[in-house]
Design a protein around this ligand. Structure first.
Ligand SMILES: NC(=O)c1ccc[n+]([C@@H]2O[C@H](COP(=O)([O-])OP(=O)(O)OC[C@H]3O[C@@H](n4cnc5c(N)ncnc54)[C@H](O)[C@@H]3O)[C@@H](O)[C@H]2O)c1
Length: 318
């Protein structure tokens, strides 16, 4: 099958594109490289460096490629930038997505798989674990923009029969995650500790998040090719992990003895989230396989290897 994967120069979708290529699908990638890197793009996929907001280009790519499936991961995913620039956030996340959805309908794509957010969507939940039918109460523009696209998908399914699968991720972590953003706490702690800096924890270390390893997220994207039609799924681990535990795991894996520096919690951050993932097990046949301990080990190893190969290159240049 031909699959257009947007955002596949970035963290999650680059792994999704790799898995689709390895499963024998023909993969086309669209990414403007505003955050991702060309080196993450699968060499066996056709790569278009364009912005999803560019209507004419999106139209031309669909006209030329006619993908059967669209897997949409490209996004403005910096929560803090969304707070500062809500208009930009909406332009990329709402209008850019709508561009793709319209083109998908116009050019006969059958199915649209959408990377949504659980953590930024439900707001501060009153009870946990949080199921998919929990009220949506975003407390940031990013949460609003990501959720809005779910409504368009429902509506376009009703109007034009475009099938969709919405995957609402918890906190995804793993290799290739950027430490430049806000969400990649494993990446941020790893790089800060390896360079001898003291990591910051916002709040008292007891905020909890639902971490899911990237290979499990990839498995959900594979399942979504054939199952879960016109459904919304939480994709997490179902385990609540405090910030301090992540810090300690990374520190122990790196063999460091540093203590965190605590700063006040930032606006737009919720205190706790943990997802009910039973619907994905039931309808997608998806159950996460990688424990936090195992995922942490693999992720920290990746950042250690990346740092040491960068150091080797630098010393070779000197
Ligand atoms: N990382 C998480 O924990 C998490 C949690 C919930 C949802 N998500 C969603 O998953 C998706 C991927 O997240 P990620 O962590 O891999 O982020 P990422 O920043 O690594 O990847 C996003 C990619 O989209 C590209 N992009 C951004 N704006 C674009 C535009 N206008 N046109 C074309 N390409 C553009 C970037 O260059 C980047 O390569 C996003 O939609 C995000 O909202 C991520």
């Amino acid at each position: 099958m031909k699959i257009l994967v947007t955002g596949a120069a970035g963290f999650i979708a680059s792994h999704v594109a790799d898995a689709y290529v390895n499963a024998g699908h023909e993969v086309v990638i669209m990414d403007d490289l505003s955050r991702g890197s060309k080196k993450n793009t699968n060499p066996r996929a056709r790569f278009y460096q364009y912005d999803i907001r560019d209507r004419e280009t999106v139209e031309n790519i669909f006209l030329q490629e006619k993908p059967a499936i669209v897997n949409h991961h490209a996004a403005q995913m910096d929560v803090r930038r969304g707070v500062r620039e809500p208009l930009f956030d909406a332009q990329v996340n709402i209008l850019g997505s709508l561009n793709l959805i319209e083109a998908a309908v116009a050019h006969g794509a059958k199915r649209f798989i959408y990377a949504a957010t659980a953590g930024a969507g439900y707001g501060e939940p009153k009870h946990m674990p949080v199921p998919e039918d929990y009220p949506i109460n975003p407390i940031t523009p990013y949460g609003i923009s990501k959720h809005t696209v779910e409504h368009y998908l429902f509506t376009f399914q009703c109007l034009y029969g475009l099938q969709y699968v919405v995957l609402r991720y918890g906190n995804v972590f793993g290799p290739r995650q950027s430490s430049q953003g806000e969400a990649g706490v494993f990446a941020i702690f790893s790089e800060q500790m390896m360079s001898g800096r003291q990591p910051v924890i916002y709040g008292d270390g007891q905020k909890v998040r639902d971490y899911v390893y990237v290979s499990d997220v990839v498995a959900a994207n594979i399942a979504a090719l054939a199952r879960g039609t016109n459904e919304i799924f939480n994709i997490g681990s179902g385990v609540a992990t405090p910030d301090l535990e992540v810090f300690e795991r990374v520190r122990d894996l790196l063999g460091k003895s540093v203590q965190p520096r605590y700063l006040p919690r930032r606006p737009g951050e919720i205190d706790r989230i943990c997802l009910d993932i039973s619907k994905a097990a039931r309808l997608l046949g998806w159950v996460p396989q990688v424990t936090l301990a195992d995922g942490a080990r693999r992720t920290v190893k990746y950042f250690q290897e990346t740092a040491s190969s960068a150091a080797t290159t630098a010393s070779a240049v000197v």
